[in-house]
Design a protein around this ligand. Structure first.
Ligand code: CA
Length: 230
């Protein structure tokens, strides 16, 4: 699982990232295009822990690749690489299923730290690593052993980050959680990234768990954060 797919068309960046992730103990497979990345991924989808995807690529974009991988795999951690001018893309990337994004130019140390942070999320989720219990909240049941959320008995397909946000909500029903607390609890204490990723992940969660009639369970606490109501 300590295997990373790096898709980046700029050779110098791909090389730098690959070298440093290897030094940090990861096995790395690099690709210069989304098409080639998808090929590598499809050879052994379950073997990858993390995918690091540049957004701007010749041919298929990194966002498209992100969507394709996420559709089949809710377990893998996905981090997008984005240019500073692509603010819109960042949000879109997270909507298609990325867990995090890193803005270019980045410090390689920071990038490795972000991969480590997401990797910890993924490996914390291996069923043997914790004692299982069932958390019940209204129509929802969160099984911390299988890390599956069900609503009225129907499984909702969550990413690992979405799952961890739900776990935090379930442990704090009716409590207004500020965004910074959610960020630290889910992405880690030393997270350097942007707090907006909390909002994008919550937005995606709402699409999965709320009824079409509107927001009922994950309430926005304006200027503060979010509150779970069963
Ligand atoms: Ca590029």
């Amino acid at each position: 699982m300590k295997k990373v797919l790096v898709v980046e068309d700029e050779y110098a960046i791909r090389d730098l990232v690959t070298l440093n992730l290897k030094l940090a103990g990861y096995e790395v497979l690099g690709a210069e295009s989304a098409e080639h990345g998808l090929e590598l991924y499809n050879e052994a989808p379950e073997s990858f822990g993390i995918a690091l995807l540049d957004i701007m690529l010749p041919g298929m974009s990194g966002l498209e690749l992100c969507g394709l991988i996420r559709k089949e795999n809710s377990r893998i951690g996905i981090i997008m690489l984005t240019a500073r001018t692509q603010e819109e893309d960042k949000i879109e990337g997270l909507a298609t299923g990325a867990d995090d994004y890193v803005t270019k130019p980045f410090s390689i140390k920071e990038l490795v730290a972000r991969v480590d942070a997401i990797y910890r999320r993924i490996s914390a989720s291996s069923p043997a690593s914790r004692e299982g219990k069932k958390l019940i909240s209204g129509d929802f049941v969160l099984d911390t052993n299988s890390r599956i959320l069900t609503k009225n008995g129907k499984e909702l397909n969550l990413t690992q980050v979405e799952y961890q946000i739900m776990e935090l909500f379930f442990e704090n029903p009716g409590v207004a959680l500020d965004r910074d607390r959610i960020l630290k609890a889910v992405w880690g204490k030393n997270y350097y990234g942007d707090i907006k990723i909390v909002d994008v992940n919550v937005c995606r969660l709402r699409n999965k768990i709320e009824d079409d009639s509107g927001v009922k369970h994950i309430a926005t606490v304006w200027g503060y954060g979010y509150r779970w109501n069963a």
